[in-house]
Design a protein. Sequence first.
Length: 573
Amino acid sequence: MTRRSLLFAAAPLLAQGVATRSVAPAPRGKPSGRPLLSKFTDIGKQAGLLKPTIYGDASNKTYLLETIGCGVAFLDYDNDGWLDIFILSGTRLDTAPADATNRLYKNNRDGTFTDVTEKAGLRRTGWACGVTVGDFNNDGFEDLFVTYWGQNVLYRNNGDGTFRDVTREAGLVQAQRAWGSGCTFLDYNRDGHLDLFVTSYVDFDPARVPKPGGESYCNWKGVPVNCGPRGLPHGRSWLYRNNGDGTFTDVSEASGIAKVKGSYGLTAIAADFDNDGWPDIYVACDSTPSLLFRNNHDSTFTEIGLESGVALNDDGREQAGMGVAVGDIHASGRLDIFKTHFADDTNILYSNLGPMRFDDVTTSSGLAVEARYVGWGAGIVDLDNDGDPDIFFVTGHVYPEVEAKLPQYPYRTPAVTFRNLGGGRFEERIEAASHSSRGCAFGDFDNDGDIDVVVINLDETPSLLRNDVSSGGHWIKVKLIGVQTNRSAIGSRVTVHYGSRKQAQEVLAQSSFVSVNDTRLHFGLGAETSVKIEVRWTNGGTQSFQTVGVDRLVTIREGAGIVSEVPWAAKKK
């Protein structure tokens, strides 16, 4: 039976609003006994992240709109070399609390942050969902694009610590209300200007949506819950071409993006999955097959998710795709995909076998031992600097009402780490604290040579997970500055050779769950004390650097080469 026939065989499974296979976790093997020499400490409150993320009623979610939540971004908006944090927020259905706004926190360079939302001009109340970061006008400062249920917004960075809403003058005002979700900057035609891909989740109108329990798709395991996404009209996707003058043109039809219908799109990733030098687009879709748009090199795309093996799981079933992590799990020089899903289902790991061919290796890798949680933001990141990228994801249920009747499905659940043991095998570690988390972003906020995590927790303050690594493993970070390529170097690829291994990463403008990671690419190196760096810029140009030192941030400018090497010493906590 083919994947396509299996998909249609699964079509009757619509008795609830969200896809889940109701599978039991795989048996756990014997513990390796190898400690993960990485420890997270939540310092969010002491760091100054003091305002909660408002997203609907905290204890009773009447509509799907209140459950999905939102993303977060690590970015350096003022170019001081330290990561700041942009946190999205929703609101409530009746009245908007004073705390219901997106927030920008400036890094004070001492482990604390200051809320500069008002000063920056970013206060805005609404149902924000996704964010992408990139320098769309190539002026040297990172801009913001935020999706909403309602009207998406483009903020231009003025370069003086403030932002301005330029949505209308950029030509990005929508003709009608939509539920914008995933979004990503990319340079799909490689002309040096960042274009914009946007997807939407569902066509949502609260006046037309039944109340919990009102239809068959408004229940979960017999408990009345908010309706959807199944049973609600599907969303759609848009592609906007950057005209190079501060404006965009809708090319959704001409590019082939608008031809693909029937999906509930969430996180959007632009990356070169077939390593041909042109950015493709992957969209995690909830309860419908996920999408892979292959770049045809002529300003058009072809959707090939089913043929490539990344639309469904190995059983031929669609899953409740939320978050996506992209990285080189096997140090093969190819980009693999990890995608998070709903409770009673396994998250999925697709191994990249070569040009647009992927294999579901969830069971063989050891990831199928976990099926308890609803997964959201995720990263393929080397947490302990041993040279083998690990997997980290946050979790949280969407139905706070269910826990009272089914206590085995708590609303607040822990984050999960799968430590890379090498040889394609992973071992699970559960983090201590529990929240109903959504987006998370990965980056080195304290500039000490490891990967920290900022996490959105619905109706709670954010978590800032400071990573303390005791492995003694070496590392290197690479920051790219485009010249002919877009200034943010989004879509450029760095391959680091260390010992007998090589690992590829790309500068991404969205990943995790509708979030944005530090664009300084981090490579754990284990015992290696020098590396070779290869850069392939977004426009196809290449540069190579031999015998580069480690434990430092290396800045590479297109054409000029390495313009800065800053050694960092690990800070004592």
